[in-house]
Design a protein around this ligand. Sequence first.
Ligand SMILES: *Cc1c(COP(=O)(O)O)cnc(C)c1O
Length: 235
Amino acid sequence: MSLDENIARVQECIAAAALTSGRKPEAITFMAVTKTFPPEQIRQAYDAGIRVFGENRVQEFAGKSKAVRDLARAEWHMIGHLQSNKAAKALELFGHIDSLDSVRLARKLNDVASQLNKRISVLIEINVGGEDVKSGVSPDSQELQDLLKAAPELPFLDFRGLMTVPPYSADPEQSRPYFRKMRELFEQIARREWSALNMEVLSMGMSHDFEIAIEEGATCVRVGTAIFGERPKRN
Ligand SMILES: *Cc1c(COP(=O)(O)O)cnc(C)c1O
C-alpha cells in the first residue's frame, strides 16, 4: 500500500470511530508521527492533506526541519521526552510541546519562550500506567498538582490538555481502561474553577489502538506505523 492509501484508510477509520461514538470526524486531529522517516515522506504526507506532525527527538528534527520549513500551516509537535537543557533548541523547532512532564521543564520553557517572546502550546504528559520506563507525570502525583498550580504563573505557556501513551499490549482493548481514566482526569481538571488551563486536547491513541482512544474521547490521535510502515530499529 502507498502512503496516500494508508493515510486515506486511517482517515476512514478515524471517521468511522468518531461516528460510532457520536462525534464529528472533524473533531479529531490526525497527527502523523514522522520520527525516523525522512523529510521526503513528511512532504508526501503533507501533500496527502496532513497538517499536524509529531517528532520525538530534538536532534533528529533539527536535521530534518530545514527541508520542510516551507510547508505552510504545518504544525510541529514535540512528543518525546524533552530535557531541560534542550528547551531552547526545541522552541526553535516546535510550536507545540506535547510532552511536558515536570515543573522544572515548564519553568525552563516559559523562560526561553519569554526571551523569544513566543507563546508555546503545551500538553501535560500523563504516565497513566505508572510505568517506570515511561516519562510523564502520574495521575495522582504531587508533580501533576504542582504543574497545575504553576500554570497561571507561566504566561508564555498555553496549557491545552493532556497526552498519554498507555502500557503496550498487542490487544488494543487492553488500552481502553487507561483511555477512560485519562478522560476522567481530563474532565476533572477542566472542571476546576481556578484552572488556568484551556482543556481542549486529549492526545491518545497510536496505530494499534487509535479507534478505541477515539471511542473513549481522544481529540488527537498520533499515528506512525499505520501510515509509514515499520520504523527501522534504532538504539
Ligand atoms: C512513536 C510514537 C507514536 C506513534 O506510534 P505508532 O505505533 O507508530 O503509531 C505515537 N506517540 C508517541 C509519543 C510516539 O513516540
